[in-house]
Each structure stands twice: as C-alpha cells, then as structure tokens.
Design a protein around this ligand. Sequence first.
Ligand code: NAD
Length: 434
Amino acid sequence: MRVTMIGTGYVGLVSGACFADFGHVVTCVDKDASKIDKLKAGEIPIFEPGLDQLVEKNVKEERLFFTTDPTDAIKTADAVFIAVGTPSRRGDGHADLSYVYGAAEEIAGLMDGYTVVVNKSTVPVGTGDEVEAIIKQTNPEADFAVVSNPEFLREGAAIKDFKVPDRVVVGTDDERAKEVMTELYRPLYLNETPILFTNRRTSELIKYAANAFLAVKITFINEIADLCEKVGANVQEVSRGIGLDNRIGKKFLNAGPGYGGSCFPKDTLALSKTANDVGAPVRIVDTVVEVNANRKKAMATKIIDAMGGDVSGKTIGILGLAFKPNTDDMRDAPSLDIIPALQEAGAKVRAYDPESMEEASHSLKDVMFCDGPYHALEGADAMVIITEWDQFRALDMERAKSILNGNVVVDLRNIYTKADMTKRGFDYTSVGRP
Ligand code: NAD
C-alpha cells in the first residue's frame, strides 16, 4: 500500500518508518524543511532508540521517502495519515487543532481517487467530523473516508510499541476504509494484536480516556507518596503491594516529580475542557490536572527544604532534564518547573542530560549545561536526580562525594536507597520513603 504521513515528528516518523518496515511504501512529509533536509542526509532529528537503523534500512530499500512537498505523495496514496501536533491552545487549554485542519485542507486539494484520511494525532471527540466537513467543502468531488486511528506509542520505546502494540484502535463506519486499515496493519495479525474497530467518536475518546487513566494512576501514587512521608510508610512497597493485584497492575505506579511530556499534560487538560463544555465533567481528571501542576512546583520546595531551607548562592547539580529517560523531548518536563523555581530562590544550576540539553537550552536560562554527570556535580552543594536515565542508576558515589561541595542528594525517582546512601555519608531524600 502507499502511505503518506503528514507531519514527521515523533509519531509521524516512527509510524512512517514502521509502516515502511512492514513493506508499505511510505512518504513522510513535513513543513519543517530543516527536519526533512536532515532526514534526507541520513540524520534523525529526534532521539528515539533504534530509529536511525530502521530509517536507514527502509530508505536504502526504497520504501521510505521524505519531502516537504506533499503533492505527489497525496495524489498517489491509499492512506494519508495526519500526524501533526495538537498542543494546548494558548489561553484556554483546549487542543489547538489548527495544524490538523490545515493538513485536512491541504490533503483535500490534492487527493486523487478513493483516499483514506487517517487521523493519528490526538484530537477531541468530533474532530473527525470537522476534518470530513473541511475536505468536503474544499473538494466537493473528493472520494474519501476519514478514520480515527489514535497512536499509543511511548517515546523511548516507540518502535516496539508500534510493532508490538497492546492493541490498534480504528474508528470508522466506512467498509472500504476498514479494508484499507486492515491491509495496513496486516503484519500485526501474525502476533495476534487485537484490532478494535469502533465508530470514529469512540476511537477519539479512547485515546483521551487511556491517557487520562494513566495520568490518574501516576497522580494517585504521587499523593500516596506524600501520605507515606507523613506516616512513615514506604511508597515503593505500597506500589508493589497494590500492583501485584492483577486488577490494579504494576505499571504507572512509580512515585516521582509529577507527569510531564508531550501528551499527558495537554491531553488531560483537553479532556477536562471537552467534558466541562458538554456538561459531563470528569472531575477526577480536573483534580489530577491541578494536583500534578502543584506537584511539580512542590518538588522545588522539597529540594530547598532538603538543603536546609535556603539555597541562595548555593549550587545545585541536576541529573536528568527530559520528562523521562530515552527521549530528548522536553515538552512539559518537570525540570522546566523545578529549575526556574530553584533559580528564583537564588540557586545556581549546573545540569546534565544525555540527550535533551540542546532542546532544554531553548527553555532554560542561566543553566550551566555540563559534559557528564560528574561534571554537573563539580562543586555543587547538592545532587538532584530528576530523570532516571540508566547511566544515573549506578553512579560512582565515592567519586560523586569527592567532587560535590555538600552531601545532600535529592532523588526524585527513588533509584537509590536511604540505607545505602546514608552509609556512604550522604544526606539523602527521596519520594515517599522513610
Ligand atoms: P511533533 O511536534 O513531534 O511533530 C509534528 C510535526 O508536524 C512537526 O514536525 C511539524 O512541523 C509537522 N507539521 C505540522 N503541520 C504540518 C503540515 N500541514 N504539513 C506537514 N507537516 C506539518 O508531534 P508528535 O509528538 O509527533 O505528536 C503528533 C500527534 O501525535 C499529537 O497529536 C500527539 O498528541 C500525538 N501523540 C504523540 C505521542 C508522543 O509520544 N509524542 C504519542 C501518541 C500520540
């Protein structure tokens, strides 16, 4: 099948490369010429493990192409995917659908013959109807169907998530579109991936409900962590104790500095807005949005308290900036709240992240970006772990101690233990553990 991806970001590039690897012929389109130039030169504009080899292989085998000009790619496509961003709209928190609608207009003007327009961007319920109306209005002769096919991949494990997903959700009532979608995902039948066909609105809501549920789970365990700190319980053991119950499950029960990233913050907010607009508020999600925002700020206070209540003139060595390991994505990362709050309190910040420093440098000011974890700790009064990259899990603590100026360690990801760190002479604080 011939596939066109409109938008070559985290989702468009990974989906495009994986569809090509399934054997389809894929053209990835992006308006951002610098991204396309890089890809044409064999460079990957984002950090995602394994993506470089996958792209290289499929480019070489002539199944994966990149362009800024969508004309031919849309004309010849069996399916055109919309994989553009849907950030929070400035001012009100609704999803900004301008990129989706812009892409719909472009596709409408260029499509030729029966075309399935597949919305992979995360969009509020009813967006598919709007995309259909835009295409009809722009090109009344067009023969097409608009399908919702939300993406559930996680950055950092995106290729595996795309190729071995828990499920694929396809929202359409159009029989021809169902056939095209079945053909596209046929390779997944081999590993018996459940493919859930549903109507378009249901499919759109499934994506928001999934993300909101996971955000609720994280926020729940974060509040339990706060409770643990007050009553002398251990949140990691609470997580294990409840997670072993199959009805609850172990995942998304790690207490930490609050969820961030390119999806949960904007998607919980957008769901909350939609639900309130139609008079069916999802109050648990409203609360989660508020609790999580406050939590990120509270983490700065936690660090300041651990440093004796005053960080003025002190230096803090930060390990990890991205919202999670194995990505360079800085969108809504907790570090973006924590670091400015520490600076406001008078601290100087040195920081190291294996992949996200360039991205971080666009949003964080007056931070000294370092060459490695030990460089970030040089002369610092405290070490603060914000992201649990593997390379921070087994630091040489003797070396760390010899280059730090103080002995305070704040571990916001619970990757070390108090007993061990105390034995090594550190004044150690973590999340929800006595
Ligand atoms: P992104 O910002 O990384 O990429 C979007 C790309 O679309 C950009 O490169 C932009 O230049 C391009 N673009 C915008 N309008 C265009 C147009 N008309 N023509 C061509 N290119 C255009 O975004 P992303 O993280 O890939 O997310 C895309 C969508 O997928 C969002 O709705 C997001 O919520 C959803 N999603 C993201 C993830 C994730 O982990 N990043 C996971 C699941 C779902």
